[in-house]
Design a protein around this ligand. Structure first.
Ligand SMILES: *Cc1c(COP(=O)(O)O)cnc(C)c1O
Length: 398
């Protein structure tokens, strides 16, 4: 799968929307490299020169395509990459990417450590057993010193020792051969909330732990705490690096953070009309006949469905854009296809492009719109687009 995927990515097309050629045959995702680069520069404009930007490209860069995104954001000024798993890191290295890569998720086996060392990835250290396995494995393979990043739990209750145990943990890791503490970090649980109470408590705990580590005579490595929400909130959360995912992709972690800076969504989802026809009144549409026409209507079939990542729960609730007009989706969304009421465009042709997410003229449909309709978050929407949809790069990054 990886191979096919890389081949798909290596085809960088220009902004050509007609014809049935290339990757744009049925349904596809367009990634605007210019928007990605713009977002990186916007985020960097919030940072002091001493704060590095890690672009978080886990989960195939939130569905945008990890290699393509990594190359673009590094060129635009990000200096680190964050991934969730070892294979995600290897995919970037195999594509020739040289920037430092932090694995944000947990790793714990010898095999994982060997791959980490071989591919020069940098693991998160979150418990003592893992630290021992890593140190011993490196000893056994006559390994060099491995940079490790200590993750503290300041209130997320996910990875890492509790912040009260930070000093003890750091001291123990420090004594282990072959491990070099390259950073100490923590992760915010409520950075998107208008109420900053929990975030400020986490920040205070982080600072307390750091002060204690410093008092114990341990030289401080670089520190980092903020995700997109923290980064857009204020500079006291920036420390030596910020780890930004969502904002790089051009979405805001929360409505109230829109004023912090201008961002452009980088991803658009498009598909083609595959058939157009007129149905009489009182005609049921799609599985279960959840939609029944109340008049004669013009119906279009579109070649995209829930197996591509269009959530079935949007059936009868979503709109799409054609020729800059907003049109309602009707009936149940099926695995590979969905239907539209296109009565307002009587001359619509088969093969025309439908925008499911993205912009056409003044009209825009964003991942936030889908997320609020579904009671979820834009992060999940972005990650939902399947590999069946080719990713097509558009826009020059600079
Ligand atoms: C995913 C992740 C991020 C990025 O979060 P965004 O809200 O998308 O900016 C940062 N840090 C860690 C540890 C993460 O897991």
């Amino acid at each position: 799968m990886t191979l096919i995927w890389e081949q798909t990515f290596s085809i960088v097309e220009t902004n050509r929307c007609d014809g049935f050629g290339g990757l744009r045959q049925r349904a596809w995702v367009e990634i605007n490299l210019a928007a990605l680069a713009y977002n990186v520069r916007q985020v960097k404009s919030l940072l002091s020169p001493k704060t590095a930007l890690m672009a978080v490209v886990k989960a195939d860069a939130y569905g945008h395509g990890a290699v393509l995104v990594a190359q673009t954001v590094l060129q635009a000024g990000a200096s680190w990459l964050g991934v969730a798993t070892v294979p995600e890191g290897i995919e970037l290295r195999a594509a020739g990417i040289k920037a430092p890569i932090l694995i944000l998720g947990a790793t714990h086996t010898k095999e994982q450590l060997q791959a980490i060392a071989q591919w020069q990835l940098q693991p998160t250290l979150c418990n003592l057993k893992q630290a021992l396995v890593f140190s011993q494995t490196l000893e056994a393979i006559n390994g060099d010193t491995l940079p490790v990043h200590i993750k503290l739990d300041t209130g997320m209750s996910r990875l890492g020792p509790l912040w009260e145990q930070a000093v003890e943990f750091v001291q123990l890791v420090q004594r282990l051969p072959h491990l070099r503490i390259a950073s100490i970090y923590s992760h915010l649980a409520t950075a998107e909330s208008l109420d900053q109470t929990v975030m400020r408590q986490q920040q205070a705990r982080f600072e307390t732990a750091i002060a204690q580590i410093q008092s114990a005579g341990i030289p401080l490595p670089p520190l980092h705490l903020a995700n997109s929400g923290g980064t857009l909130t204020d500079s006291s959360l920036h420390y030596d690096m910020v780890r930004v995912g969502l904002a790089v992709y051009g979405l805001y972690p929360a409505e109230h953070l829109r004023t912090a800076l201008d961002l452009k969504p980088a991803l658009q989802v498009k598909a083609r009309v595959t058939q157009v026809k007129t149905i009489p009144p009182q005609t049921g549409v799609s599985y279960g006949h959840q939609f029944i026409s109340d008049r004669e209507l013009r119906l279009a079939v579109v070649g995209i469905g829930y197996a591509d990542g269009v959530p079935r729960n949007l059936s009868n609730k979503m709109t799409v854009l054609i020729r800059g007009q907003r049109l309602p989706q009707i009936g149940a969304i099926t695995m590979d296809q969905l239907m539209l009421d296109v009565s307002t465009i009587p001359d619509l042709q088969e093969g025309e492009v439908v925008t499911l997410l993205g912009q056409e003229g003044k009209e825009q449909i964003s991942a936030d719109d889908w997320a609020s309709e579904l009671g979820t978050i834009s992060w999940e929407i972005l990650c939902g687009f399947k590999h069946r949809l080719p990713r097509v790069a558009v826009g020059q990054p600079l």
